[in-house]
Design a protein around this ligand. Sequence first.
Ligand SMILES: [Zn+2]
Ligand SMILES: [Zn+2]
Length: 152
Amino acid sequence: MNHQECLVCYESKEMEKFRTESSYCQHSKLICSPCLDILVKAECPYCRENWEAFLERPPPFLTEYWEAVYMWIAIAEGDLIFLQALLEDFGCNATKVLPFDSMARMITGATESEDPVIKWLEHPDRVIMKKNLLLVNGITFDHELEKFVRTI
Ligand SMILES: [Zn+2]
Ligand SMILES: [Zn+2]
């Protein structure tokens, strides 16, 4: 029987375990279906070709930039309801390496000697800023449901 080694798990598997249609870069034919299914990002792990169409996955709801901004705010505020919405409802990835420090200073304008968390929490317009940032991405807090919901 014909076998092929998977580029990701290095296991030798039957050809039926591989997809026959290929992405432009051809690496997809060399990665077994179980490995394709669990790719964190919809892109080729070798050449970074965008595989959203190939894997038939919808594009992420939030860009990496907004994901990083919101994750930082949720953690700075200890807002567990917001954090839960980000991770469970909006598909944010907690294992991503985020430029937390630079992100925090950019949002708050804190200098090197200032603590961006304190600066954010003490900001008089923080609540309005957060609300407006969320509105940009079509997220609002539903007071009846007591959770963050998508409006787009
Ligand atoms: Zn594999
Ligand atoms: Zn590739």
